[in-house]
Ligand binder design. Structure first.
Ligand SMILES: [Zn+2]
Length: 675
C-alpha cells in the first residue's frame, strides 16, 4: 500500500491529481503509526535527554502525518464531498486520541522536563528557548506536573466542562430554532425590502403556513431590526432575541454559566493559576488580566464621549423623524440605518466597477512588491485540486524562491463559506536547507458573468487584502522550526499582518495602482474614497463601546474568583454599568447566549478583537508617518514581525519594529474618535 499511496511518499508540491479519496484513511492511519514510532524512539533512547535528542526530535516527528492531514483538512474546507466528510468523521477521533496520548505520555514528559529544568545552563538561542518552552507548556498546561489524584480531578473537570459547553450550545440552538414570528398582515412589514419579504414568505410556505415567518437566525433577524418600521414588532423580536436561554424552561443557561465559570476557575487553580484569565493569557501577547483590564478601561475612557455624542445624535434624529422621546435597544439598528442612508449615499454598485478581481490581485501583488520586493509569476506546471485554482511562484529580488502561492477565489459546491489562509507546507530550516512554504488563500468572491468580469464589493477587496496579509506572514517566514514558523503565533498577534494590509485599500496612493474602472480605465475618484472612509467610521464610538462591553463581560466572568456570584443577570448588569447607553431590558441576558465565551474558544479572549485593531492602526501609523511604501519601515516590519513567526515574545518583536509598545491613539484617530 505505501508504495502506491502518494500521501505516504515524499513530495515537494502536494500531488493533488494523484491522490484518490481512498488514499486518505490508510495514509493517515499509517502516518499516525509512523509518528508513534518516532515518539517511541525518543523515549526509548538510553542517552540522557538533550535539546537535540528530545526537543528537536519531538519537533521533527510526525512530518508525514502533518502533511497528509494538512492536505486532507484543507480540501475538506475547499473542495469537499460526502465521502471526504465521512472520512473526516473517522480520522478525527484517531487524531485527537493521538494528541491526547502524546500529552499524557509520562516517559516523554520526563525527558522534556529534564531538558526544561536545565534550560538556563544550555546556552540556547532565543528561538530554541521558545521551542523548548512551547513543548514543555503543551504538557504542563495539560496537567503533566500534577500528582495522580490531581490528574484524575483535572480529567473530570475537563470532561464536565466539555459536556457543559456542549449543552450550553444546544440550549442556545434550541431556543433559536424554537422561536418564530408569524406575520399575516403584510402592511405591518412596511419598510422591509422585497427580497427579505420573499425569504420570509418562502419560509412560511415551507412550514405550511400563510404569511411571513421571521426567526432569530441572523439573516432573518438583522434585516427585520434594520428596516421594519413597526416599533412594537421590532420590540417583540428584539426581546425574543435577547431572551435566548434566559427563560423559565428547560433550555435556561443560568446554572450552566455559573457552573462553567466556577469549574474553569477550579481548573486554573489546580494548574497553579490565580484565575482562568491568568491561565489563558499566559500564552497571549497581553500576558495578564491586569493588562487586558487596563487596555479595555483606557479605550473606554477615550471612546465614551464619542459614543455618548453619537447616541444623542441618533436620539435627536429619531425624535425629528418619528417623534420618539427616547431610544430603546430595538430602535438602534433601525434609526442608525436611516441616518447612515441620509449621511452617505455610497453603495456597492457604485464601487464595484473599480474593483475588477484581476486588477485587485495585481494590486495586492504590486503592494507586496513595493514593500517587500516580492515577484509573483503565475505558473501552470503545479498540480492543483481544481482547475480554478491559480498557482504562483514567488521570488525575491535575487530571483530566489520565496514561496509557492495557491489562490482559489470563487465559491463552489463543496467549499465552505468565508475566506481564509492555509498552509500545505511549512517553512523550516533543516539539514542546511531553507525549505520554503506553500501557502494558499481560499475565498468566495463573485464570478465573472458572460457580460461582466468578476467585480468585487469593497468589502471583498478588504477581505482579499486581509487574507493576503496572512499569506505574507506565511510566505516571508524565516525561522528554524516549523511549529514556530509563519502564522504560528499567539492568538492576539496573528491578526496584525492581515489587518494592517487592509489599510492600503483606503489610501489613494495605493488605489491608484489598481482601482481602475473596468470599462473606462478611470481611477477611482478621491471623493468616493473619502465617502468609503467616512461611512466605515459611522457610529464608531457606539460600536467600540459595544465591543468593549463584551470584552468587559468576558473578563468579569473569567478574571475573578466567581464563587461569590449568585445571580447571572445581576453580575452582568454590574459588568455593563460603564458601557451602557440604552435602558436595560429585564427579560434579556447576554451571558446565557454568549457562545463565543461559554461554547467557543474566546473565553478571556474577547478583548483581542480590539487589541488587534490597536496593533494594526499603530503599525500603520508608522507607515503613514514615513510613507506607505517606505522601504525602511517595510523592511523593519518584515524582519521583526513577518519573518519571525512565534520565535519570540510578540511584544518584544513588536517593539523592535515600532520602537515602542502599541498605543491606542492611532486607532482612536483612524476611527475619528479623537482628533
Ligand atoms: Zn484574519
Amino acid at each position: 500500500m505505501n508504495q502506491n499511496n502518494p500521501l505516504l511518499q515524499s513530495f515537494e508540491e502536494a500531488p493533488f491529481s494523484k491522490i484518490k479519496t481512498k488514499h486518505y484513511q490508510p495514509a493517515i492511519k499509517e502516518a499516525i503509526a509512523l509518528a508513534k514510532a518516532e515518539i517511541d524512539a525518543i523515549t526509548a533512547s538510553a542517552e540522557a535527554p538533550t535539546f537535540k535528542n528530545t526537543i528537536e526530535a519531538l519537533e521533527n516527528s510526525g512530518e508525514t502525518l502533518s502533511r497528509a492531514t494538512s492536505i486532507f483538512f484543507n480540501l475538506n474546507s475547499a473542495e469537499t464531498n460526502d465521502e471526504i466528510q465521512e472520512i473526516a468523521q473517522v480520522v478525527s477521533p484517531w487524531l485527537s486520541e493521538f494528541g491526547n496520548d502524546l500529552t499524557l505520555n509520562e516517559a516523554l514528559f520526563k525527558r522534556v522536563k529534564a531538558v526544561y529544568d536545565q534550560r538556563d545552563s544550555l546556552e540556547l538561542s532565543v528561538e530554541k528557548h521558545k521551542l523548548l518552552e512551547k513543548h514543555y507548556k503543551s504538557f504542563s498546561r495539560n496537567g503533566a506536573n500534577l500528582n495522580n489524584e490531581d490528574k484524575k480531578e483535572l480529567r473530570t473537570l475537563d470532561s464536565e466542562l466539555s459536556k457543559l459547553s456542549l449543552t450550553f450550545g444546544e440550549h442556545v440552538l434550541a431556543e433559536t430554532n424554537n422561536y418564530e414570528l408569524l406575520i399575516t398582515d403584510e402592511s405591518k412589514l412596511d419598510g422591509l425590502p422585497e427580497s427579505e419579504k420573499e425569504s420570509a414568505a418562502q419560509l412560511a410556505k415551507e412550514k405550511g403556513k400563510e404569511g411571513f415567518i421571521f426567526t432569530l437566525q441572523h439573516p432573518s433577524y438583522i434585516p427585520f431590526m434594520k428596516y421594519v418600521k413597526n416599533r412594537e414588532l421590532r420590540k417583540e423580536l428584539s426581546i425574543a432575541f435577547g431572551a435566548k436561554a434566559f427563560q423559565d424552561n428547560k433550555y435556561n443557561n443560568e446554572e450552566i454559566v455559573l457552573k462553567i465559570a466556577n469549574l474553569r476557575h477550579k481548573r486554573a487553580n489546580l494548574l497553579g493559576y490565580k484565575t482562568h484569565a491568568h491561565f489563558v493569557l499566559e500564552e497571549r501577547m497581553a500576558k495578564t488580566p491586569e493588562k487586558v483590564n487596563g487596555f479595555l478601561e483606557e479605550l473606554l475612557e477615550k471612546a465614551k464621549p464619542a459614543a455618548e455624542k453619537e447616541f444623542k445624535e441618533l436620539t435627536a434624529f429619531a425624535q425629528e423623524l418619528d417623534g420618539l422621546d427616547h431610544l430603546e435597544k430595538w430602535d438602534s439598528a433601525y434609526y442608525s440605518e436611516k441616518l447612515k442612508q441620509k449621511l452617505f449615499d455610497v453603495d456597492d454598485e457604485q464601487l464595484k466597477p473599480y474593483f475588477q478581481l484581476e486588477n485587485v490581485i495585481d494590486g495586492v501583488f504590486t503592494v507586496a512588491n513595493k514593500l517587500y520586493d516580492l515577484q509573483f509569476k503565475e505558473v501552470h506546471d503545479v498540480d492543483t485540486y481544481h482547475e480554478e485554482v491559480k498557482t504562483y511562484r514567488v521570488t525575491d529580488v535575487n530571483g530566489e524562491e520565496v514561496a509557492l502561492f495557491y489562490a482559489d477565489f470563487h465559491p463552489r459546491e463543496g467549499k465552505r463559506g468565508g475566506a481564509w489562509m492555509t498552509v500545505y507546507r511549512d517553512q523550516e530550516k533543516k539539514d542546511g536547507k531553507n525549505i520554503r512554504p506553500h501557502i494558499s488563500n481560499v475565498c468566495n468572491f463573485s464570478r465573472a458573468t458572460a457580460k461582466k468580469p468578476a467585480l468585487l464589493t469593497f468589502n471583498e477587496v478588504t477581505t482579499l487584502f486581509h487574507e493576503f496579509g496572512h499569506a505574507l506572514h506565511g510566505m516571508l517566514a524565516n525561522t528554524k522550526y516549523a511549529s514556530l514558523s509563519g502564522a504560528s503565533v499567539y492568538w492576539d498577534f496573528v491578526e496584525l499582518p492581515s489587518q494592517v494590509l487592509e489599510n492600503w485599500c483606503y489610501e489613494p496612493e495605493a488605489l491608484a495602482l489598481f482601482a481602475n474602472h473596468y470599462k473606462t480605465g478611470e481611477i477611482i475618484p478621491k471623493e468616493l474614497i473619502e465617502k468609503i472612509k467616512k461611512s466605515a467610521n459611522f457610529q464608531e464610538g457606539m460600536q467600540t463601546l459595544r465591543q468593549l462591553s463584551f470584552g468587559m463581560l468576558d473578563m468579569a466572568w473569567h478574571g475573578i474568583d466567581p464563587s461569590t456570584i449568585k445571580n447571572v443577570k445581576e453580575h452582568e448588569t454590574q459588568a455593563f454599568e460603564n458601557t451602557k447607553l440604552f435602558p436595560d431590558v429585564a427579560e434579556n441576558c447576554m451571558s446565557t447566549s454568549f457562545s463565543h465565551i461559554f461554547q467557543g474558544g474566546y473565553s478571556a479572549g474577547y478583548y483581542s478583537y480590539k487589541w488587534a485593531e490597536v496593533l494594526d492602526a499603530d503599525a500603520f501609523a508608522y507607515f503613514k508617518e514615513e510613507g506607505i511604501f517606505n522601504k525602511e519601515v517595510a523592511t523593519k516590519f518584515k524582519e521583526n514581525v513577518l519573518s519571525q513567526g512565534g520565535t519570540e515574545d510578540p511584544m518584544v518583536l513588536y517593539k523592535r519594529f515600532r520602537g515602542k509598545e502599541p498605543n491606542p491613539e492611532a486607532l482612536l484617530k483612524r476611527a475619528g474618535l479623537i482628533h
